[in-house]
Design a binder for this molecule. Structure first.
Ligand code: HEM
Length: 128
């Protein structure tokens, strides 16, 4: 059959890398998010670049180094409320604007991230 082109190949490694860096720079300044993230986001960003590469159909860099993503399980130590999921997604939209990711590729990618972010919610709204 015909080989389809993965979204990863359309966005490219360089733009994905810029997106992730822009995203964590926003996370580090977001009042709802920075308290649950480490101060130094270098390693977090490195893992996220690996993860999103495979999420978009590129090489399985995350799994090769860290095993099965099990994303929901890996997020259970952190209290993720609906507010935090919305904050995460708003940082991502701003990062997409900043690196000028537009059009169908953005819509496709963002829609998938929305589903994944909602799936990460593990706490009701509350003071925590
Ligand atoms: C790790 C928060 C959604 C992918 C983390 C960490 C936090 C976090 C606090 C740990 C950072 C560290 O210790 O280095 C959140 C919040 C979300 C969210 C509040 C809101 C819904 C997502 C989504 C994805 C994702 C939608 C993927 C599309 C990852 C990955 C890691 C991670 C790949 C690294 C896991 C590892 O340590 O190997 N996240 N996250 N997260 N997150 Fe999220």
């Amino acid at each position: 059959g015909e080989k389809s082109i993965a979204p990863f190949e359309y966005i490219g490694e360089e733009k994905l890398s810029k997106l992730v860096d822009a995203f964590y720079s926003k996370v580090s300044q977001h009042p709802d998010l920075f308290p649950i993230f480490p101060d130094d986001l270098t390693e977090t960003a490195r893992k996220q670049k690996q993860f999103l590469t495979q999420y978009l159909g590129g090489p399985p860099l995350y799994t090769e180094e860290h095993g099965h993503p099990m994303l929901r399980a890996r997020h259970l130590p952190f209290p993720i409320t609906p507010t935090r999921a919305r904050a995460w997604l708003s940082c991502m939209r701003e990062a997409m604007d900043e690196v000028e990711l537009h059009g169908d590729l953005r819509d496709f990618f963002y829609h998938r991230l929305e589903l994944t972010a909602n799936h990460m919610v593990n706490q009701p709204e509350g003071p925590g």
